[in-house]
Design a protein around this ligand. Structure first.
Ligand SMILES: [Zn+2]
Length: 219
């Protein structure tokens, strides 16, 4: 199976952008299956350029916190500059609010994440020429405490995914896939999602944050 290795801005800061690229290059020499390296959530052109120059194959250029027009303008500039360094680099753009942080969030009222509309998705893809789109379709980064125990699951706007896909016709990434109902994930993929990010499932992150006791709570 091909493997996609991802490193966020913070992880690149910690391990070294060029050092991570070197590790992946050495793995490529050792194994005879494709291994790709993705720069996850990159919030500035400087950091995106650094990753592409180091040899990353793809960049998630995330200015989704900015107003749409400003996000589109800067993402377009990033696509041009990054592809001038490596024409085959894959650039992903992000619109809509899906929260931030692959953490376990305390339970409480659900944040009001507006769904990406097919019209704005189409406008964004046409203006920026991104290769991949990350929309807000009911997904959110991290997990609630009640999702760790499986009492609650995330649900996705499947019909909206279908509409965005037919409006844009580009590959799409679902960020914040952790804690999503299995059936929703399957339907999302059928409706047009091509890549799913899962980073906060109990087996992945709880040992890292020392929160194993959450799993031991009675129902
Ligand atoms: Zn993400």
């Amino acid at each position: 199976m091909p493997v996609l290795v991802g490193a966020s801005e913070g992880e690149r800061e910690f391990a070294g952008t060029r050092q991570l690229a070197s590790v992946v290059r050495s793995l490529r020499e050792e194994f005879d299956f494709p291994i790709f390296l993705n720069a996850d959530h990159t919030h500035s052109l400087a950091k995106a350029l650094e990753a592409v120059k180091a040899g990353f194959d793809s960049v998630v250029f995330d200015l989704s916190a900015l107003p749409l027009a400003e996000n589109a303008r800067s993402t377009r500039q990033a696509v041009e500059e990054l592809k001038s360094i490596n024409p085959t680099v894959v650039v992903e753009g992000e619109i809509g609010d899906i929260g931030s942080g692959s953490e376990i969030h305390a339970d409480g009222p659900s944040p009001d994440h507006t769904l990406t509309s097919p019209e704005e998705a189409c406008q964004f893809v046409v203006e920026t020429k991104v290769d991949v789109l990350a929309p807000a379709v009911g997904n959110s980064h991290g997990m609630r405490e009640s999702m760790v125990t499986g009492k609650k699951r995330k649900h996705l706007a499947i019909e909206r995914i279908r509409e965005i896909k037919s409006a844009t016709c580009v590959p799409m990434t679902l960020h914040g896939g952790s804690g999503t109902e299995d059936e929703d994930l399957k339907q999302a993929i059928r409706a047009g999602i091509n890549i799913v990010h899962i980073n906060t499932e109990p087996e992945v992150i709880l040992p890292l944050v020392g929160a194993q006791d959450l799993l031991a709570q009675p129902d």
